[in-house]
Design a protein around this ligand. Structure first.
Ligand code: FAD
Length: 475
């Protein structure tokens, strides 16, 4: 089905924004008072606060708190319309964006386009690792990991109760790959989960005996934070019982464990059911698609080399912001996306007001922060380095301010009180679908396309093909 959703004949300038993450949402909001029609299209119906995904995965926060509905967030912005859909094509000559949503295809027309489609997980060419070591980029990822983490303890309890003690060590070993902020936060939280939250919940196992390993191919923890803060984070993790193994390049991952190679070429294997991939990002494929159409260059992570004003070469009407861009070594952090989104909106408004200028995008670095555990974080603001409790309180404050919506802020605050002052975690629920759906859908392969109709037999045919395929695989 194809439908054109181009706004009806209007003299208003049409701004289409792709993505409801930090870049897209802040661009839309910055256009609130502009005399334009804003159309925000996203592959999710929510805005995702990615920095707190690890707290969803470890049972501290519910997904709704960090992923409010974009439609609700923009409900009062009269010039903004929100559409769900995966952008599959952009015609830079006709100024059209094509989306697929279930079995519907739509075309949107723009005068200005802001592309803020972010980045996905990169397995450095080893995409098959994903099956056994989920990444942490989406709500689906976080919920799957929650199921896998808590599920591993459940399986260990069963194994211990039935005398299969050899299995218990493997089931209670958790490997996190990547010693950047996400990896450090995940490793720290799994350690706290095992030492504090679950310590009274099991009868056959002692959750405190869980073995948490943090691996990284580089020789440092939290490299962007420098040696001093990185060293502090490493020591704090070790104090929590995490084994930090650096210079360890992961070379294989399977259902039962993970293999890595040390600098001297020796191979090591860790038997572990639960693996978390927190290493490497790759920009949205939309970047490469646009680069091919416009002659822009992309770097090895798929990020597009944009002009100083965040536009594509030869296309002043197309802005790229956030994790998709390669410009002056800017990091892939929320503030780059937020400031980029606001900048693009400002440029559009200035052009419409007839006051365009050549002022390039300037990123103002407000600093970076990462938590290691309860009461412990590291923060680097310019030359100032802070660690421990003070940094942790700063981290809490900053994250609370940037969570979108008062409801989410209040809810998050109370969940933190329960988890950090007490030992409970209110969000431990996980379902079979969370744990198995991703792998199951992948196994169905390209023959499976989500559909809202089976009246013409499409869905049944898809199911039949998929079931045949599975039968062939297992038979
Ligand atoms: C686990 C984790 C922890 C992080 N922690 C921090 C932190 O502590 N501090 C910090 O500053 N940064 C952190 N970051 C990085 C930060 O979240 C990103 O830099 C930021 O989200 C980038 O914003 P963006 O708008 O470019 O992309 P995103 O926020 O990723 O948004 C991309 C949007 O595009 C949509 N989209 C993608 N492809 C399509 C398509 N084809 N069609 C339609 N829509 C599409 C997505 O649905 C999404 O809405 C973290 C990231 C992760 C994953």
């Amino acid at each position: 089905m194809q439908a054109s959703l181009a706004p009806q004949a209007t003299r208003r300038h049409r701004v289409v924004i792709i993505g409801s993450g930090f870049g897209g949402l802040f661009a839309a909001r910055a256009l609130k008072r502009a005399d334009v029609d804003v159309t925000l299209i996203s592959g999710t119906t929510h805005h995702l606060f990615q920095p707190l995904l690890y707290q969803v995965a470890t049972g501290i926060l519910s997904e709704g708190l960090i992923a409010p509905s974009t439609r609700e967030v923009l409900a009062r912005q009269k010039n903004a319309q929100v559409f769900f859909g995966h952008v599959t094509g952009i015609d830079v000559d006709k100024h059209q964006v094509v989306t697929d949503a279930l079995d519907q295809r739509h075309v949107y027309e723009y005068d200005s386009l802001i592309v803020a489609a972010g980045a996905g997980q990169s397995y450095f060419g080893n995409d098959h690792f994903a099956r056994f070591a989920p990444g942490m980029k989406s709500i689906d990822d976080a919920l799957e990991l929650r199921g896998r983490i808590f599920g591993s303890f459940e399986l260990a309890e069963m194994a211990a109760a039935s005398g299969r003690t050899d299995d218990v060590t493997r089931l209670m070993t958790f490997v996190v790959v990547g010693a950047g902020a996400t990896g450090v936060e995940m490793a720290g939280q799994i350690a706290e989960l095992s030492k504090r939250t679950l310590s009274h919940d099991f009868r056959a196992i002692k959750s405190q005996h869980a073995h948490i390993v943090l691996l990284d191919a580089m020789d440092k923890v939290l490299p962007p934070y420098g040696d001093r803060l990185g060293g502090k984070a490493k020591r704090r993790l070790e104090k929590l019982g995490v084994t930090v193994t650096l210079g360890a390049k992961v070379v294989d991952v399977d259902a039962e464990g993970i293999e890595y190679e040390s600098h001297d070429g020796t191979r090591h294997r860790i038997e572990a059911l639960c693996k978390v991939w927190a290493a490497g990002v790759s920009a949205s494929p939309l970047g490469r698609m646009l680069a091919e159409k416009t002659g822009a260059q992309v770097d090895r992570n798929g990020r597009v080399h944009v002009e100083k004003d965040l536009t594509l070469p030869g296309h002043p009407e197309i802005f790229l912001v956030g994790d998709m861009i390669a410009l002056d070594n800017l990091p892939g952090v929320a503030q780059v996306a937020i400031q980029g989104g606001k900048y693009a909106a400002k440029r559009i408004k200035a052009r419409l007001a007839g006051t365009p200028d050549d002022k390039p995008f300037h990123y103002f670095d407000k600093g970076s922060m990462a938590t290691v555990s309860r009461f412990s974080a590291v923060a680097k603001i310019g030359k100032i380095e802070v660690s421990g409790f003070v940094a942790w309180v700063m981290w809490l404050g900053v994250h609370l301010v940037y969570i979108i919506g008062f409801k989410s802020q209040i809810g998050t605050f109370f969940h933190w009180v329960v988890s950090f002052l007490g030992r409970g975690r209110g969000e431990r629920t996980s379902t079979e679908q969370q744990i198995y759906a991703r792998v199951a859908i992948q196994r169905l392969g390209e023959d499976f396309t989500p559909s809202i109709t089976n009246s013409d037999g499409d869905l049944d045919r898809t199911r039949a093909v998929a079931i045949d395929r599975l039968a062939g695989e297992t038979g």
